[in-house]
Design a protein around this ligand. Sequence first.
Ligand code: AHR
Length: 503
Amino acid sequence: MANTQKAMMIVDKHYKTGKVDPRLYGSFIEHLGRAVYEGIYEPDHPKADVRGFRKDVLELVCELNVPIVRYPGGNFVSGYNWEDGIGPVEERPSRLELAWRVIETNEVGLNEFCEWANKVNTEVMMAVNLGTRGIQDAKNILEYCNHPGGTYWSDLRKKHGYRDPYNIKVWCLGNEMDGPWQIGHKTAEEYGRIAYETAKVMKWVDPEIELVACGSSSSKMPTFPEWEATVLEHTYDYVDYLSLHIYYGNQDNDTPNFLANSLDMDEFIKTVISTCDYVKAKKRSKKKINLSFDEWNVWYHSNEADSKLEPWSIAPHQLEDIYNLEDALLIGCMLITLLKHADRVKIGCLAQLVNVIAPIMTEKGGLAWRQTIYYPFMHASNYGRGTVLNPIIDAPKYDTKDYMDVPIIEAIAVENDDKDELTIFAVNRDMEDGVDLECTIAGYEGYKIKEHIVLDGDDVKASNTLENPNRIVPRNLSNAQIDGEMLFVNLPRLSWNVIRLTK
Ligand code: AHR
């Protein structure tokens, strides 16, 4: 018979971590696999709009309420000629794309992507190629995108039919330049120098932009965190954010250990914050560098299938992880971890958005559906805006292969002043038992329960598929109760919970 565990949490209206930057709920579209072609863009699809964008995908993206989308890569950007993707489509070249060993047709380029971004009400976060290219090309693409007119590149944009500048605000200085797999991989010194010179020139072209320097491509890299320190020594005065990337997998089929990976993410963030502040102190600088966690997700299900792909096809099924319930629970824990650091992590990009390690999947010519990980992201993006409150949590703990003292409960609270709402996000990692959570909500007397949404299920390995797209969907529970400044709620075993309170 299942037992019930007990946990305590204290949330106080006055104990604030900081405001959530809405860009924490960003995502990522790379020219990779079927993210663009057959993903956001499929002109022959019955639901395509006049520009060839799938309206069913547009709707699902809008539901996620994604405020910023990184583009066009990823590893792809390190070999990309952005000029291949502008001008008349019939004149655009097909190229060997070396990062993913496919053929890129360039049917979609930056103008089409900006049109798509406009349709889903999102900002573009543009990456420049610092693998095979450098200062001049970064300057040119910025001039094409952001300069009002009267120069070669800005007038070319107008000639292409896009009169107004895009005023793209956030720009990434390359991608994962610390990784030997990257086209044009660099040492920290080499990257620090080119990133500094590129940043300097880009800010001369448009002083309003914000720049993201590449941090390590994961905390497991042998050069981490020395890479961060060296890169910032060079770039500190010209950049605004340092990037972090991480992907987790459950290759060993060890669910308790897998669900504890957000502790590693937490440690990663803390180390990067410390490194940024170390360089700040060394430089006697008043400026603070914030964090852009611009790639994070679960990624491992598709590795074997991808290793068997023949090279040089167009838009193959690449990185098409089919996510299960336990993946959604880890995504919930990772979202909570990002929120815990909302004072320093200003941008986050769930990598990626459609088909490629994505919350949204599509069938060519057919349906679009929501993966399990879609739901925690949608809930956090829609209800996790406002001010993060720093909670105190006392919960039973467990040890795993890689982690000690893993609390069975991961939780955070976000207050939305505009709507008089307080939302608690919580994951119960316990494999067997539900947890009775007693939560003090100091300063929220008179609040009532609006809803308690739960994502759980009888099988933690169950997935949504084309054939059964609603196998794992959220449901509403009604066991939560409030008495004065106390909230009592049962969190089912292995569950993601959203408890929405309102005045
Ligand atoms: O998101 C998939 C890939 O993961 C990206 O192209 C790269 O930046 C990272 O290694």
